[in-house]
Design a protein around this ligand. Sequence first.
Ligand code: ADP
Length: 454
Amino acid sequence: MDKNHKKLLEFSGAKGAKKFDIINPTSGAVIQSLPSDSAAIVQAKIAKISAGFPKWAATKPKSRAKILQKWCDLILQNKLQIAEIMHQESAKLMTECLVEVDYAASFVAEYAKQATVERDEKIKQGKIFYQPIGAVAAITPWNFPAAMITRKVSPALAAGCTVICKPSDSTPLTAIALLNLAREAGLDESVLQIAIGDAKTIGKEFCESKDIKKLSFTGSTAVGKILLEQCAGTVKKTTMELGGNAPFIVLADADLDAAVDAAVKSRFRFSGQTCICANRFLVAEKIYDKFVEKIAAKVAALQIAPLIDLGAAQKVEKLVQGAVKQGARLVEGGKKAKENFFPATVLADVTQKMDIFSEEIFGPVVTVIKFKKPEQAVEMANDTRYGLAAYVFCGKKNKGEEIAKQLNFGMVGVNETAIASAQTPFGGMNESGIGREGSHFGIEEYFEVKFVAI
Ligand code: ADP
């Protein structure tokens, strides 16, 4: 670790705090040990941002925008170091880490712009004011160690809210690097805090605190449900970005090579560990065999990162074995996981009845399902409790749009897999979540709307 890395990773916990190790998933080595925040420390941090709220809310939007832009500039100036830290603690491929730092910075830039947008309205009956909601909390996952933080923290700060964020205990180092750059940009302890350590302890403090006015969470549906229950006591507002089970429909008239390229790109990003990764490939009967053959050839040549930990690899292995037992045809990969490495895998002849059809795989596995008519593909695509992302590949754009309207998902890509950006709304239907992030919708989640009759 050079001097620059060390400076980015400076973090002081309470004296005598229990420590926990951050592991490199590729080598298994301990990268660093960090002090775990106790409930009392979390409460003290919440008290700080709660006390800091009135001043930050009263800070001119232009000044808030300037600080955010400086944070963005610093993130980009330290792009390589942040990417290296992320690569070490998450095992994400270095090329993908570099892309993520840009993606993370794009949220800060977008909300530096959004901070100064005039939103208050004058109507016949009086005025409508958009006021920051208060001190807010964010809980983020390990699969986007930088971007999920900036996607929540930047709109909150832009709106005038103060923030406490709990990154995943697997990837807190990227969060610490971002925090240190935020301090350099001018976001002090009364405006932004990071809580690190035991997820349950910190989560409970966030949810049950009367001083925290909103919780924004990205993670699994199972944990989202626990947090929603914990937030009920204070009727806390929430944004929930939860799991997905994205269908990827390929109609008979689609450009097959383009569809296969897109399928591989979407499925294997971070070894399949993103919530918008295509999870179920619904392919028209006419091109089914060709699709399986072409995707298997591509997959065989892929280089992918290991999964986040052994438990993740075991879960994927169990799903693949279960599918084979239920009648799926193993075309590529699928062999037993070695530690946390799981090979890129293709399963054909998957059906709606198999467990793997209903599960978010969160690993490098393509499942191919045959359909006869587009209506059947739509019915199968919607046969899930999730509703985050979906994809349609077809020859005619109009047909793609028509199908997109029938899909119960928050985002649909038509001949496109790049569906997430700072300028577009991101979020899911049904058990994939509540609310939207990105674009003006993302900042609106941090306002209270007040009507004043005059
Ligand atoms: P993932 O599959 O991405 O790990 P999780 O839902 O387990 O999804 O984790 C997402 C985030 O939620 C992480 O920061 C994790 O530490 C946190 N988390 C996990 N369990 C809890 C909990 N019971 N209370 C609060 N946060 C939790």
